[in-house]
Each structure stands twice: as C-alpha cells, then as structure tokens.
Design a protein around this ligand. Structure first.
Ligand code: AMP
Length: 403
C-alpha cells in the first residue's frame, strides 16, 4: 500500500511516500523556511536528488509543490495520484477531541482548525496542507494522526492542574502532552526488542530532540508525560525553558514591561540550551564549546541531563518501577555523552549502562549491560512509518482500501 505521509512543522513541511508493507521509502523531501524570503524544497527519489530555492509563501503552496514533485517527469514516482492509496497527516494538537487516528472530513478539519488556538504554529499549516490534498487528490482518503492522542489515556491525577477546577471544566486547561506518535512508536519497538507484550511492560520513553519530552508508558498506554498544556513544559530543550516556577514569568513581565507574546517568545525561542549557554541550541555546538572550556556550555549540558534524570526518577516512582528506558530523537539517538550522564551513578537502582554499547552501538540497539535490571535502549524514532500504519489500519477498518 502506497501512503503519502505529511508532517507540517511551523515553517517546514516534510513528506514521505512509502510502502507500508515493505517499509520502502519511495520518495521523500522537505520544504523549508516557508513564508520567508528564500524558501527551499529538496526531493529525494532513490539515487536522484534535487534542491530548489524559490518562494513558498504558505503551507498550501508547499503542499502543491510536493504534489508536483511526486508527478515530476524526471524525479517523480507516480503518473497519477490514484496510484497513491491514502494520505496520512501528522497533526500536533487534537485537543480533547481525538484519542486516535481518524478519517478527515469537514467536521474533523474544523476541529483541527479549532485546536489551532492551542498550537497555532502547527495546526493551521497542517490544515492548509490537508485542504490542498483534498482539492488535488479527490477521492483519496485523508487520515489525521495526532501527537496528543496517545496521551489521552493519562488519568486525571496526572492531567489536572492544581489551579481552580473551573479552568479544567470550562476552559479545557489540562495536560495534553506531545510527541505522542514518537513515544508510541519507540515503546512498541522496545517491547518488540524485548520479545514481550507491551501490555505487560513499564517503559519510560525519552524523546530528546530540539524539542523534548519524557513519557511513562504503563502497559502500552501513556500514564504521564512531561509536556503539558503546551509543548513548553517539562524538560529543558534546545530553545525552550521547560518547567520553571510560574512566578518567574510574571516577575520578568512586570519588571521588564513585557507583553504576553514577548514573554512567550523568550520562553520558547531564547531559553533552554541556547539561553543558558549563550552558544547554541544545538548540542553538538555545546559539546564543542565545552571542549574549549566554556563554563556556561558545561552548565547547560549538566542542566539538560539533570532535567531528563528528574523525569525518569519521577516516572520510575509513579509506575512503581520500569522494565526499560528508551532514548530517541536527535540527541537520544546520537549523543553517547548525554546518555552516559543521564545514567551516571544509577547502578544501585537498577540501571547499568554498557560503555561500549553506548559509545559504538547504532540505533536500534540495547545500550545497557546484560545484567542491568532495567533495560536501556537507543531507538531511532519513525513517526512517518507509524502514521502510515495508522492510515492503513483505519482505511481498512472503514473499507476505504482493500485489505
Ligand atoms: P531532532 O529535533 O530530533 O531533529 O534533534 C535535533 C537535535 O539533535 C540537534 O539540535 C542536536 O542538538 C541533536 N543532535 C543531532 N545529532 C547529534 C549528534 N551526533 N550528537 C549530539 N547531538 C546531536
């Protein structure tokens, strides 16, 4: 089954056309700097590669460009869109409405736009992409997979905030959680690698990319997660603060006479690794700065690992144990130094990192010793594959494609 997976970011649009049965990626690419002066698209089909610098004013145009490249006479891989069985869209925020993937109709599209108030940088762009697909690919099923959906199983004890209850009841202020597709994928993959049913396991998944979150996956379901009402909560990130005392926010706003938008920008774009180090949001550059003796870069690195440790500790206690911890995304998959720091000194409580496996293992791999009570894995996340699988399953369920 050929599925087109669309992943719209705030100023980017990634896509893959893949065969879900064989795992073959037929064509993939990315539109970057959408809405800026010089946008670009790169496209890869097998050995062929193409990059164009041009103007892409919005996500609708980006989607049109992607559809054009899929049928391009040189690099294209389909002659007619009817060769594509379905389209799966990653949607960041499904609010309280969606606890799993759904076929997109007018009502679903309206709800995605409504939830855009909670994730304006992502949902509106994704909605534009959906509209363009619906227009240019009539009759081909469009499916939405939500980042928040996996976390809808988090019980009230973990998703209600300790503020007046009316905000929960009347304004839907609660923990939603994000990166759900990635946490779901890597927890399933870890269970597969352990050869055990996920329903019998307690797994802590750490998605450590430029954005990051940690999730307690209890018996295959999300039980708690570090991001909250927005993707700002939880661990320290590339440019996001993660959890801080809310009084710091009101204090700075009052003292510096800042608007809510200005304060939001500081917390989202100028904080985290970048804010503390003053060097970069990219861990590789932080590593280099540490190498040349930069003390603030060292502090940022230590703080980063410490926030991840804090959530692992919290979820270990919340679940009364853990069978495995998984590290994934840019930092989790690629940084032995961060992984080593996270598990340093934790042997007495059951985590034994294998130095050699940590240094030289290629994800997907186990990086704990054979006698470690809690297994530790580095797993390459694959949100696109899971979205394609979701799309296939739901299309089959509703008889939209033949099994
Ligand atoms: P992601 O958001 O998952 O693409 O992750 C991006 C982040 O991963 C970058 O900002 C880097 O900090 C980090 N990263 C990627 N490759 C490496 C590497 N080889 N070593 C350390 N960090 C890395």
């Amino acid at each position: 089954m050929k599925t087109l997976v669309i992943n719209a970011g705030s100023s980017s649009l990634r896509y893959q056309l893949l065969d879900v049965e064989t795992h073959e990626v037929i064509q993939y690419g990315r539109c970057e700097k959408i809405g800026e002066q010089k946008s670009s698209i790169y496209v890869v089909s097998g050995e062929q590669y193409k990059k164009l610098v041009l103007s892409i004013p919005d996500h609708e145009q980006a989607m049109r460009l992607v559809l054009k490249e899929l049928r391009d006479p040189e690099i294209g891989v389909v002659e007619d869109f009817r060769e594509i069985d379905a389209v799966g869209h990653r949607i960041v925020h499904g609010g309280k409405y969606f606890d799993g993937p759904v076929i997109i109709d007018g009502d679903v599209l309206n709800k995605i736009i409504e939830c855009g108030e909670l994730a304006p940088l992502h949902n509106y762009g994704a909605a534009k992409g959906i509209e363009a697909c619906m227009h240019q690919m009539p009759g081909i099923p469009q499916v939405a997979s939500f980042d928040t959906a996996f976390h809808m199983t988090i019980p009230p004890v973990n998703h209600v905030y300790a503020i007046p209850y009316k905000y929960y009841e009347e304004n839907d202020i609660r923990k939603y959680g994000f990166h759900g597709i990635s946490h779901r994928y890597v927890s399933r993959r870890a269970a597969e690698m352990m050869g055990k049913p996920i329903e019998e396991l307690m797994i802590i998944t750490c998605h450590l990319g430029n954005g990051g979150s940690v999730t307690a996956v209890l018996n295959g379901k999300s039980f708690d997660t570090s991001m909250g009402f927005s993707p700002l909560d939880g661990i320290m990130m590339g440019t996001r603060s993660g959890a801080i005392d809310p009084t710091v926010v009101t204090y700075i706003m009052q003292h510096e006479d800042l608007t809510p938008d200005e304060m939001t920008a500081i917390l989202n774009k100028e904080s985290g690794l970048l804010g503390v180090s003053g060097v970069s949001n990219d861990l590789r550059e932080i590593d280099q700065a540490i190498g040349s003796g930069n003390q603030r870069a060292r502090l940022a690195f230590e703080m980063y690992a410490q926030t991840v440790r804090r959530y692992i500790g919290a979820y270990l206690v919340e679940m009364s144990g853990a069978d495995a911890v998984v590290l994934t995304a840019g930092i989790g998959e690629n940084s032995p130094a961060v992984r080593q720091r996270i598990f340093e000194g934790l042997e007495p409580i059951g985590f034994k990192l294998d130095k050699y496996r940590n240094e030289f293992g290629t994800p997907d791999c186990e990086i704990s010793t054979d006698d470690s009570i809690c297994k530790i894995f580095a797993i390459k996340t694959n949100e696109e594959y899971l979205i394609a699988l979701d799309t296939k399953e739901i299309c089959e369920k509703y008889g939209l494609i033949s099994e």
